[in-house]
Write a protein that binds this ligand. Structure first.
Ligand SMILES: [Mn+2]
Length: 354
């Protein structure tokens, strides 16, 4: 079934006869539009893509199956006109992707239909990836693997974290990535105790443990990988927690399969870490879905009761963080398959000491 047909099926179930799509990722998913200005209105029978003159040509090319509507005034005025013409009774909109002023304007302009705020419905439809999406994620993962290998070859004491991040980012772009999935995290020494320590001007020193969390965009899809390694002997404590995190991470790979919930999978990593007394040092969820967005469903956390199905792509990223000492996180991307899962990132995970 096409994406728009799946959306219409959902709209039928929810008794919605119009859906206004405004978030960039959902626009890309449902219309293929990659520009920055525009929105889509999907009704039971028709689909419109509204944009201004800068993007009409691009939209006509990308948004196949959508009637292109050019707005010269306010885009929401054009939407209101369409909504009225199409006789939409209940118009759903993305409550997380409409500003308060836009909502106020919509309400002013649309008087004869009910506006219904919706959250998560479109995102749910993105959770099962098709073959083409999986290929893009696989390529994004391949580039990340090459990037990590590059870092191992070029990183030296005396370089700053920012220098390492910049070289890594550029290397991934040189392999075809269109950008990074998020600001590259290079957290060295004591900074490795910060789960999201983006690269700073700190100099990398002998004996530092280094957490590298990064990924890239390829054809609109992300990869997300973390490796922790050391430059010189990192000390017994770091080696101890490294092994605990690695075993927790491997247990998740061992277990992940369709029918299992995010809560169950999260517990596998969490229980392992807790059995060594480090439960308070693992304060984030075990993983999350990836796709067009770096964080999307399904989640792997103590609150995620949804069960995995083939085609989900999730991360597996337990960690232990010890303030004033350092930290360890190891992350792979996993494709849920009918038989279990396939690991998409392949960089080595035994503790590397350079
Ligand atoms: Mn992640």
């Amino acid at each position: 079934m096409s994406r728009i047909d799946r959306l219409r099926e959902k709209m039928n179930q929810e008794e919605l006869d119009g859906f206004l799509i405004t978030s960039p990722f959902n626009l890309r998913y449902f219309t293929n539009f990659t520009g920055t200005t525009g929105l889509a209105l999907v009704t039971k029978e028709q689909a419109f893509f509204v944009t201004d003159f800068r993007y009409t040509q691009q939209a006509a090319k990308q948004a196949q199956g959508y009637e292109i509507v050019k707005n010269s005034g306010n885009i929401f005025a054009a939407v209101a006109e369409l909504v009225q013409k199409q006789g939409v009774n209940t118009l759903a909109f993305e409550e997380d992707y409409i500003s308060f002023s836009e909502y106020r304007l919509l309400k002013e302009l649309i008087t004869e239909s009910t506006l219904l705020p919706i959250s998560g419905l479109l995102e749910d439809l993105r959770e099962v990836k098709d073959e083409k999406e999986i290929e893009s994620i696989q390529q994004a993962c391949y580039i990340a693997d090459q990037g990590f290998d590059h870092v191992l070859k070029m990183i030296q004491p005396g370089m700053t974290e920012i220098e390492v991040a910049n070289q890594l980012d550029f290397y991934m772009r040189s392999l075809g990535a269109s950008g990074v999935s998020f600001e590259t995290i290079v957290a060295s020494g004591k900074r490795a105790a910060m789960p999201h320590g983006v690269a700073s001007s700190k100099t990398i020193e002998q004996g530092d443990i280094i957490t590298l969390d990064f990924g890239c965009y390829y054809e609109g899809y992300v990869s997300d990988m973390t490796r922790t390694f050391a430059i010189g002997e990192p000390g017994e404590k770091m080696k101890e927690i490294y092994q605990i995190v690695l075993d927790a991470q491997l247990k998740v790979i061992e277990a992940a399969k369709p029918g299992m919930s995010g809560i169950e999978l999260d517990a596998i990593a969490r229980d392992h870490i807790a059995s060594f007394g480090y439960e308070d040092s693992f304060g984030h969820s075990t993983g999350h879905g990836i796709g067009l967005d770096i964080h999307e469903g399904p989640n792997v956390s103590s609150r995620a009761d949804k069960k995995f199905v083939p085609g989900n792509v999730i991360t597996d990223e337990p960690g232990i963080y010890l303030p004033d000492a350092g930290g360890v996180r190891i992350e792979d991307d996993l494709l849920i398959t009918s038989g279990g899962n396939e690991v998409l990132t392949h960089s080595p995970k035994e503790l590397i000491i350079l």
